[in-house]
Design a binder for this molecule. Structure first.
Ligand code: SF4
Length: 324
């Protein structure tokens, strides 16, 4: 039977993940082992294992880092209390927060200064939300659950921020509901370019295939949203780390398989799944690869010296039809 794979473009590592992994690499080159990482540097066990094999030690709390050590704060962002704990423990902090998450932190502080009430659309307990809610007082709206805004008066000025990795569709629905109550609310669309582009490609995949495989980790927010995109279009979708988790019954009798991966998934995991399927053809689907690269922030450049960055991941597909 002819089996074709339709592969999403873009997929995999975003500029924020590339930057965070590079900062850990450079920190180890500059300071030597071990370098501590507060929270998984990105939500992918293979990436975490890789940086740990080079000399990183992942901890969940800053208080676990030995006094005077070097610590990298993960791409998801951290609350101010983590920086205070680090200062009290005399730690050298290299902040790998994605610049697009930092932008949300800055928005939270700005709107608070302006006297606005802030609503954050996001998922309680997610590391990014822990970091963002620490920046200012705000009301969290989890668009997956029943929620209600507090009974703020009509004159209340409201600003709406969002977690960067949410479902574009579900967030728009939640924002519309907030707007009905507060028509003048300032709406910031903080869902990042990488999330938006990957969901757009996943939508096209779901239109053209019978099953969608999302390659990545169960605790990755943006991987889960890619799976949701396909399921919401009525296409079965599964989130797996690699070929070892691929249940053959999911693709039995299927001739068109869609494959995508989240912003924290290394390309090697995707290629391993494709090799295990051994398709007759591979077609590329979606808006195409991104060229975004985040520079090492100036303050970190001084700290990590002149070490060389890895090459950003490239996704050279063995596509058999460039027009697809
Ligand atoms: S998914 Fe978006 S916000 Fe998160 S690290 Fe990547 S670019 Fe930054």
């Amino acid at each position: 039977m002819n089996v074709d794979v339709y592969i999403a473009s873009p997929r995999g590592f975003c500029a924020g993940v590339d930057l965070a992994v590079d900062i850990v690499d450079l920190a180890i080159q500059q300071y030597g082992k071990p370098v501590y990482v507060k929270h998984q540097i990105v939500h992918n066990p293979k990436v975490v294992a890789d940086v740990e094999s080079k000399g990183a030690i992942t901890v969940e709390q800053v208080s676990e880092v030995p006094e005077g050590a070097v610590v990298v704060f993960s791409a998801h962002g951290s609350p101010p209390s983590d920086y205070e704990t680090a200062a009290n423990r005399n730690l050298t902090v290299l902040d790998a927060t994605c610049p697009l998450v930092t932008r949300v932190h800055n928005e939270a502080k700005k709107y608070t200064r302006e006297g606005k009430k802030i609503v954050l659309v996001g998922h309680g307990g997610h590391q990014e939300v822990i970091g963002t809610t620490g920046q200012a007082e705000m009301e969290l709206v989890d668009e997956r659950q029943e929620w209600q805004l507090p009974n703020w008066g009509k004159e209340t000025e409201v600003a709406v921020l969002t977690q960067t990795t949410l479902s574009v569709h579900d967030t728009a629905v939640a924002v519309e509901k907030i707007r009905q109550k507060h028509p003048d609310a300032v709406i910031r669309n903080d869902i990042c370019y990488a999330t938006t582009n990957r969901q757009s490609a996943a939508t096209e995949l779901a239109d053209q295939t019978e099953v969608v495989l999302v390659i990545g980790a169960q605790n990755s927010s943006n991987c889960n949203r890619l799976k949701d995109v396909a399921i919401n279009k009525g296409v079965p979708a599964y989130l797996i780390n690699g070929p070892e988790e691929l249940d053959p019954s999911w693709i039995e009798g299927v001739t068109k398989i869609g494959i995508t991966s989240g912003a924290s998934t290394p390309e090697a995991q995707v290629q391993a799944v494709i090799e295990s399927i051994a398709p007759n053809n591979i077609f590329r689907v979606g808006p195409g690869e991104e060229k975004t690269i985040f520079a090492i922030p100036r303050n970190l450049r001084e700290m990590v010296g002149e070490g060389k960055r890895r090459n950003p991941e490239t996704k050279k597909d063995m596509t058999t039809d460039e027009n697809n």
